[in-house]
Each structure stands twice: as structure tokens, then as C-alpha cells.
Design a protein around this ligand. Structure first.
Ligand SMILES: *Cc1c(COP(=O)(O)O)cnc(C)c1O
Length: 391
């Protein structure tokens, strides 16, 4: 058992949160939550709301309005569907995993017709295949994609999709909940019509806030949309923001925390932050490959590395060893692939030594299960990449 310290006879086990959301929170952001609560209909809070909204726009790289919703990320997904579409519309959804599949589920729940492109987990969906789909379904009102599919660690070609869809009458809706801040996704430059994200992944803030922005083309859809909506009504959000407020009581403390996290992100610089995640991804992948293990994704993302569990090993037991014995909280695979792979996250407030921690726990857990790997090989491979890039 690893002990961080023994205090008055109580053993304190240090936990290492290396899951792809929620992610660790910087100390300054934690502290920002400890302020006395203020009222939200005040000039003081309006200034905070506007500053935070501007910060989100900067990270989205957009001139469009952005809205802060008090909900988890899925709330922004629902907001995208109910504000952009009408009953009976056809939506093309790209389902490369758990979260891509959620687009289809939300559309179904609201009576939107769905043409789902169902991919194997980890499979890529290149631009030319979308071109074929658009040609076969010219009546599609919207294409729903995921920037980085968090269930598989795959990044999709949003730039390519945007090039195609901007030439049509459809809109491109992108779930950037885990990817924004860790991987390039300039909303305006890439012709994204609806972009969403959330507070608890790369935005270095606790769960509870979601972000959404609509392009001018998407606002035309919003004007025509007749799906039922109330809490997530984008027009109400827009009207309120013009008055420097929100339609409902927002999560005041979380917005204050997000403001602080955005200050940190701005100091680092978005480009630097993306480069940082790329290096963490490269180091993790090199480490995994040095153990002779296979990656799940054909187009790996910067946010996490999904590692296939060798057939000889019980994947549930491996994850249990990493989580319960070594206190390293990497994520397992979600249904229907439970036990088939693990997901080592490297997004948000994570650094080079988090990668080393995860790889070390992986090696030790594999060894516990009597699976032979070249001991220390993953650490060495990851260290080489980290050293080359350390500044
Ligand atoms: C985490 C995540 C979601 C779901 O967000 P919640 O905050 O759990 O509602 C959706 N899409 C992606 C890509 C995610 O990573």
C-alpha cells in the first residue's frame, strides 16, 4: 500500500485522478470557490459573467456569442438539438462511441429522424466518407459529430467536415466537450455552426457548466426551430446575455472558478496548451507501445490514450488493481466494451509526471497479473519524449 503520510495514526492514501473527466483542478481554481456567494442580478456578477463568456469565446476561437449553461455537458448537447431542429428533420450522426451515440439518442428523444453512421470503436471517419453520406442524404438538416470521442480516444476531422458542410444547406454541430482546449478546433475558421463544451474536462473546472455557441447560419435554424424547449432556449439566453445576465440562476461559484481557470489558460496560451497535450499524448503512446501493447484508436487524440488489454488478461481485474491497489484512477472501457481496454487520460490540469504515474501503475498492475512486460520500458520511452520537449 502506498502511503503519502501517516497522521495521528491515520493512514492517508494519495489518490491520482487520471480520468478523462472530471479532471484535476488547479489550486487557484479550487480556492476561487471559497468566496462568499454573491447575488447574480448585480453589476459585480455581470462583470464576472461577461469576462468568463469572453474567455470561452477566445477558447472557441469565435466571434459568435457564447452562452454559459448551468448543466453538465449533455445539457449543451440537448440545447444544440432542441434549438437547431424541428420534428421530422433528418440528422446525420457520426457515432464513433458512447458520446457520438448520445447525439442519436437525444435526436430520437425529440422525434428527429436519424441517419446514424455507426463506426467501430476507435475507427476513423474520413472526410470522403462524409462526402458520400451528404450526397446520399441531401435533405439532412444537420451533421452531428464529436471532436474527440472520449470513450475511445479518437479525434475526428472536423476541419474536413466543415469544408464539406459549409458548401451545403446543412449545419455542422460539434461536441467539443473533452477536446476544446486540448486539440485544435477554431470554430469560425473551420466553419463549425454549433460548438459545445463543458467545464470538467480540458477547462480545468469542476463539473456543472456547459458552453454553447451558434454561427449566423445556425441562428437561421434557431429562428425556424419548433422542437419544444424551455430551460435551454437559446433565444432566451441571447436576450438575457444582451442584458448581461442569464435567464435562470446560474451556478455562480462555478462561473467564478471557470473565470480563474480561463485566466490560467490565457496565461499559458491556447496554442501552448494544445502543444502540451500533444506531447503528453505522444509520451503516453510511446510508453504503451514500448510495452508491446496496442492502441485502440486508429486516429489517436491528445486527450487520452485507450490501451487494448491483452487477451490473456482480465481487463476488469487490471483496472481494479490500478484503481484500488495503486489509487491511480484511470478509466475503464464503457459498455458494451467493458474490460476490453483502459483509458489513460492526459487532459486538463495534467502534466508529464501524471503520464509517468499512469504508465508505472500500468506496468505494476500487469506484473501483478503475471503478464510479462519489459520492466521500466514504458517509463523510459515516455521520459525520452518528455525530456526532448521539456522547457
Ligand atoms: C464527458 C463528455 C460528454 C458528457 O458530458 P457530461 O458532462 O457527463 O454530461 C459528452 N461528450 C463528450 C465528448 C464527453 O467527453
Amino acid at each position: 500500500m502506498f502511503l503519502l503520510a501517516v497522521h495521528e495514526g491515520v493512514m492517508i492514501k494519495k489518490k491520482y485522478l487520471l480520468s478523462p473527466g472530471p479532471t484535476p483542478i488547479p489550486e487557484g481554481v479550487l480556492k476561487a470557490a471559497a468566496q462568499p456567494i454573491m447575488h447574480h442580478r448585480t453589476e459585480e456578477f455581470s462583470a464576472i459573467l461577461l469576462e468568463t463568456t469572453e474567455g470561452i469565446k477566445d477558447i472557441f476561437q469565435t466571434e459568435n456569442d457564447a452562452f454559459i449553461l448551468t448543466s453538465s455537458g449533455s445539457g449543451a448537447m440537448e440545447a444544440a438539438v432542441v434549438n437547431a431542429l424541428s420534428p421530422g428533420d433528418l440528422a446525420i450522426t457520426i457515432n464513433g462511441g458512447k458520446f457520438g451515440g448520445r447525439w442519436s439518442e437525444i435526436c430520437h428523444a425529440y422525434g428527429v429522424n436519424v441517419h446514424e453512421i455507426s463506426l467501430d470503436w476507435g475507427e476513423d471517419f474520413p472526410k470522403h466518407r462524409l462526402a458520400e453520406e451528404l450526397e446520399a442524404h441531401p435533405e439532412a438538416k444537420a451533421v452531428f459529430s464529436t471532436l474527440t470521442e472520449t470513450s475511445t480516444g479518437t479525434v475526428f476531422d472536423i476541419q474536413g467536415y466543415g469544408e464539406l458542410i459549409s458548401e451545403t444547406r446543412s449545419i455542422l454541430v460539434v461536441d467539443g466537450i473533452s477536446g476544446i482546449g486540448a486539440t485544435p478546433c477554431p470554430m469560425d475558421e473551420w466553419n463549425i455552426d454549433v460548438l459545445i463544451s463543458g467545464s470538467q474536462k480540458s477547462f480545468m473546472t469542476p463539473p456543472g457548466l456547459a458552453y454553447i455557441s451558434f454561427s449566423p447560419k445556425a441562428w437561421q435554424f434557431v429562428d425556424k426551430s419548433s422542437l419544444p424547449k424551455f430551460y435551454f432556449d437559446a433565444k432566451a439566453a441571447k436576450k438575457s446575455l444582451e442584458r448581461k445576465t442569464t435567464p435562470w440562476t446560474p451556478s455562480i461559484s462555478l462561473i467564478i472558478q471557470q473565470k480563474e481557470a480561463l485566466r490560467i489558460i490565457e496565461n499559458i496560451g491556447l496554442e501552448n496548451l494544445i502543444a502540451h497535450h500533444r506531447i503528453l499524448g505522444n509520451a503516453t503512446r510511446a510508453g504503451v507501445e514500448a510495452l508491446g501493447l496496442e492502441l485502440l484508436s486508429k486516429r489517436p487524440a491528445n486527450i487520452l490514450t485507450a490501451v487494448k488489454i491483452p487477451a490473456k488478461i482480465d481487463g476488469i481485474r487490471l483496472l481494479k488493481a490500478m484503481q484500488d491497489k495503486y489509487n491511480v484512477y484511470v478509466a475503464g472501457a464503457q459498455e458494451p466494451h467493458k474490460g476490453e481496454f483502459i483509458r489513460i487520460a492526459h487532459l486538463g490540469y495534467m502534466g508529464g509526471f501524471d503520464v509517468i504515474t499512469a504508465l508505472s501503475a500500468l506496468e505494476m498492475s500487469l506484473s501483478d497479473l503475471h503478464y510479462k512486460v519489459p520492466e521500466g520500458a514504458s517509463i523510459k520511452a515516455a521520459q525520452n519524449i518528455l525530456k526532448e520537449n521539456w522547457e
